[in-house]
Design a protein around this ligand. Structure first.
Ligand code: ATP
Ligand code: MG
Length: 253
């Protein structure tokens, strides 16, 4: 039987520093993101959560330290290498969906699959159709982003992000612009993806979103100051909610 406790890092950062002018936003952060984990990053506004996510995913270059993704070094890689790494291995979801406004949800998902996946157009179209069904988007999939709900648009953005089977799905406040019902839909989708083995790194302010993770990191003053391990998510798990609430309270949240 596979020992569940042995976890492989997908990304490892050593002494990550990021400065903007005089401001040291990330201050020698050491961390590993493990395969199959749903890792959540919390912290007050301006604490450096997005900056950390951008550095780990190679969207921004760290000022110091080293970041590895498998045997590839992200720090110091050329823009060309990073573009390839992001296209091959990473999926991204943001607060705003950044869907292409004159393409239907379906075409948005397909387009992402056509870039760098190595699949034929037929395979991509088939895959996109299956993914849309999985995300319960059948009714909305042939409409433009302006003609669907915020939740539907964000679910399409998640479908687009996981279209190429990314090693990591990065999400920065994916529910930040959604109402309660739409937030739940999108979070349920993340939970489902995680159950199927998708590695997720989610930045959020939202306790409901954080509850979905199995490992929560809290950052302050450019460092990870605390970490909480949670069991796998279950609905209406009051012990789990309590554990998170107590931890956050202790951090002055
Ligand atoms: N491109 C930039 N140039 C200068 N300063 C920046 C830049 N990006 C971020 N910062 C600063 O770095 C700090 C951390 O920003 P970051 O966006 O990582 O915070 P955050 O924790 O994601 O906040 P929020 O919860 O509000 O999204 C902030 O003080 C911000 O103003
Ligand atoms: Mg942010």
């Amino acid at each position: 039987m596979k020992d569940k406790k042995v976890k492989t890092p997908v990304i490892a950062g050593k002494k990550i520093v990021k400065t903007f002018g005089e401001a040291k936003v990330l201050n020698e952060i050491n961390l590993e993101i493990y395969d199959g984990d749903f890792t959540v990053i919390m912290g007050t506004s301006g604490s450096g959560k997005s900056t950390l996510l951008y550095c780990l995913s190679g969207m921004e270059q760290a000022t110091g330290g080293t970041i590895y993704c498998g045997d590839q070094t992200i720090t110091g890689a050329s823009e060309k290498e990073l573009t390839k790494l992001r296209a091959d291995k990473f999926g991204f979801v943001f607060q705003k969906t950044h869907l292409v406004s004159n393409l239907t949800l379906y075409e948005n998902i397909v387009m992402s699959g056509l870039i760098g996946s190595g699949l034929s157009e037929k395979e991509v179209r088939e895959g996109a159709k299956q993914l849309a069904a999985q995300m319960n988007l059948q009714d909305a999939v042939d409409r433009l982003p302006s003609q669907v709900s915020g939740g539907e648009a964000q679910r399409a953005a998640v479908a687009r992000a996981v279209m190429g089977n990314p090693a990591i799905l990065f999400a920065d406040e994916p529910t930040g612009a959604l109402n309660k019902a739409n937030t739940k839909e999108v979070l349920d989708l993340f939970t489902e993806l995680h159950k199927k083995g998708q590695t997720i790194l989610l930045v959020t302010h939202d306790k409901e979103a954080a509850l979905r993770g199995n490992r929560i990191l809290y950052i302050e003053d450019g460092r990870v100051i605390s970490e909480l391990a949670l069991s796998e998510y279950k609905k209406d798990d009051s012990m789990r909610e309590k554990k998170l609430a107590v931890w956050l309270e202790g951090l002055g949240w």
